[in-house]
Design a protein around this ligand. Structure first.
Ligand code: ATP
Length: 346
């Protein structure tokens, strides 16, 4: 069992607080993704779990053992980083075997593990090559194979695919997901790429300003953002927001429409809808198309509603041109509301 528990972990660098009292539990064999913009503290949190950074406060537990005072090698973890850290002067075999030799495993066991993980990562034909002669994608596979060969309780990955080109990233993403699902490791994966996060994670922790804003399944993060920040960060393009004025209990006026919404005491809320949850029809928001971007199956139309930008992702069969006036109906079950004071969902 390698459940990871993070209790009130905080980290300051001088007067700068990079992490504010983080609480998080990662279940045994779960794939957890830490997602957030550059500088939000995700690498710092990962490094604290790894033991490469000391928390200013709080505790880290792995598999029922408190580990925050232990050196990295005693934590049962393996790591994969963005810059691979594959040794160019060693063969692929020796790179994968490296940690196993350090652990003084018998040669037979080393052979078995190296061959098996090389096969998993589809690099068995490269085992005799020097790593300095490999492409970026191949080196990345070696780095992952080396981590997996350790059969760690926990595997930590920091943007491991970010140096790869788009197609290779896609391929490696699917492979990583398959390989980790079969392994016994609990995984924590840091990225700022929301598509990667959605596709890989069992759960995503969205971070902002050194805090976890929401920790939930990818679908929940997308459908039910707990905070305005999550709605504005997740989704491409992100959610649309419009100010809603209270008309009556549970009735809100939103850009000329009367909508049913929460029975909330505030005089105004923020109405939110995803661009892909709008359809064209009678009685919707009056929207003037400004920019029309064909994306293949869909067309992204940036409109103006109530004088503000408002995006709709429409079927590309609908012919829309700049200057057209559209009426956009929000799908009722996809409408979300946020409190403008707390910035949380209501
Ligand atoms: P990125 O995606 O750019 O790597 P991140 O979310 O992983 O960003 P961190 O690397 O965790 O962010 O950094 C969080 C904050 O802490 C940043 O503002 C960073 O400048 C600061 N920071 C990180 N390490 C140190 C350090 N050793 N000394 C001072 N400040 C640091």
């Amino acid at each position: 069992m390698a459940e990871i528990i993070i209790k009130q972990v905080a980290k300051s660098f001088g007067t700068f607080q990079a992490l504010h009292s983080i609480d998080m539990t990662i279940r045994d064999r779960e794939f957890m993704v830490l997602l957030g913009a550059s500088g939000c503290g995700k690498t710092t949190l990962l490094r604290i779990i790894a033991g490469l950074e000391t928390p200013s406060q709080g505790e880290v537990w792995i598999g029922g053992r408190r580990v925050d005072h232990l050196p990295p090698r005693e934590r049962g973890i393996a790591m994969v980083f963005q810059n691979y850290a594959v040794f160019p002067h060693l063969t692929v075999f020796e790179n994968i075997a490296f940690g196993l030799r350090m652990k003084k495993l018998p040669q037979q066991e080393i052979d078995k593990r190296v061959n098996r993980t090389a096969e998993l990562m589809h690099i068995e034909q490269l085992l005799k090559r020097y790593s300095g002669q490999l492409s970026g994608g191949q080196r990345q596979r070696v780095a992952v194979a080396r981590a997996l060969a350790m059969e760690p309780d926990v595997i930590l990955m920091d943007e491991p695919l970010s140096n790869l080109d788009a197609l290779l990233r896609l391929e490696m993403r699917a492979e990583l997901k398959g390989v980790l699902a079969e392994s016994k490791s609990t995984a924590i994966y840091v990225t700022h790429d929301q598509v990667e996060a959605m596709s890989l994670a069992d759960r995503i922790s969205v971070m902002n300003g050194g805090k976890i804003v929401q920790n939930a399944s990818p679908v929940e993060i997308y459908r039910d953002p707990a905070a305005r920040f999550v709605g504005s960060f997740i989704g491409n393009p992100p959610m649309n927001f419009i100010k809603a004025n209270r008309q009556d209990i549970g009735r809100w006026r939103v850009a000329g429409l009367d909508l049913y919404g929460p029975s909330h005491g505030a005089s105004s809320l923020e109405f939110a809808i995803r661009p892909e949850d709008l359809t064209i029809g009678e009685g919707g928001f009056i929207a003037t198309a400004r920019v029309v971007e064909p994306l293949g199956a869909h067309t992204l139309v940036t409109c103006e509603v109530d004088g503000k930008p408002f995006r709709a992702v429409l079927d590309s069969d609908l012919k829309v041109a700049p200057g057209d006036v559209l009426t956009l109906i929000p799908k009722p079950d996809r409408i979300r509301w946020f409190d403008p004071e707390t910035l949380l969902a209501v």
